[in-house]
Design a protein around this ligand. Structure first.
Ligand code: AMP
Length: 278
């Protein structure tokens, strides 16, 4: 069945009154690909009602970023969600940020200023502000996020802990056969850049291969893979502590999250992997 579409908070609330049951929520910016669909399938497994939001949140884009050209493909998105989502919440900006009802801004704190936050100042404050607002509107039991956006997952977990709900469910990164993580931004890549973009997952594989040789060697091994790809410009490749999202010291041993960001032409891509440094 095609999902019901609600474009206003009132429409959503009226629908919810007649559709009780545990609710899993998948927030997205649309331009859905199989990575998003994996989140929705997981939502379907864990709750009675599945709600997907599609909202390109202006507050999480910087002035020089791709807000205007970000792909908007609502009809295709609704087809992709057939039989998977019960309702799609696709509000306008005025519904999310009403002029007569100031929305509480949420700060990401110091973690919001590292890694992605360095290249994208204010991005995580904007992301958390909209996620908090959507949680208020939808009031889910569980919200499903993709592991690919590791820093986002860390910050959303912190937000949910502060609020007391929802439970945060994380789904592994869905990839193309060559390893490139699926992303709505992959469509900006030329075919050469697309091929070169596998360098992110190849770098993470190199880090994993040398994880037994300590943090310094493992990180350097990943960096050298990115350096060997002429079309890629490394932004960062780091190993962070999953508890704090702070870079681990050189003599660290234990579980880490490897995070990488690189530019292919004008497109910035990120990827991540969990691994154990020994
Ligand atoms: P976005 O529409 O890019 O804001 O992403 C919406 C959700 O989909 C976020 O929780 C992302 O982490 C998740 N997501 C995006 N790409 C992937 C992927 N390749 N695999 C799994 N989840 C993803």
């Amino acid at each position: 069945m095609t999902p019901v579409v609600a474009t206003t908070v009132d429409e959503w609330q009226r629908w919810r009154e007649n559709h009780p049951g545990t609710l899993a929520f998948v927030p997205t910016m649309g331009a859905l690909h199989p990575g998003h669909i994996a989140l929705v399938r997981r939502a379907r497994e864990i709750a009675e009602i599945v709600v997907v939001s599609i909202f390109v949140n202006p507050k999480q884009f910087g002035p020089a970023e791709d807000f205007d050209r970000y792909p908007r493909t609502l009809d295709a998105d609704l087809s992709a969600l057939e039989g998977l989502a019960d309702l799609v919440f696709a509000p306008t900006s005025d519904e999310v940020y009403p002029a007569d009802h100031p929305v509480e801004p949420v700060s990401a704190g110091p973690v919001g200023e590292t890694f992605e936050g360095v290249s994208r100042p204010g991005h995580f404050d904007g992301m958390l502000t909209v996620v908090n607002r959507l949680f208020d509107i939808v009031n889910p039991d569980v919200a499903v996020f993709g592991e690919k956006d590791a820093q986002q997952v860390f910050l959303v977990r912190t937000l949910a802990a502060r609020r007391g709900r929802p439970v945060i469910e994380v789904v592994p990164t869905q990839r193309e056969e060559g390893g490139l993580a699926l992303s709505s931004r992959n469509r900006y890549l030329s075919s050469d850049e697309h091929e070169a973009a596998t360098v992110l997952s190849r770098a993470l594989a190199a880090v994993r291969d040398r994880a037994g040789d300590g943090a310094v060697v493992a990180r350097a091994s990943g960096e050298s893979v990115v350096a060997s790809e002429p079309l890629a410009r490394l932004d960062y490749l780091e190993l962070v502590d999953p508890e704090t999202f702070i870079s681990v010291p050189d003599d660290f041993h234990g579980e880490t999250i490897a995070v990488v960001a690189a530019r292919l032409g004008s497109t910035r891509l990120i990827d991540t992997a969990r691994l154990t440094i020994s």
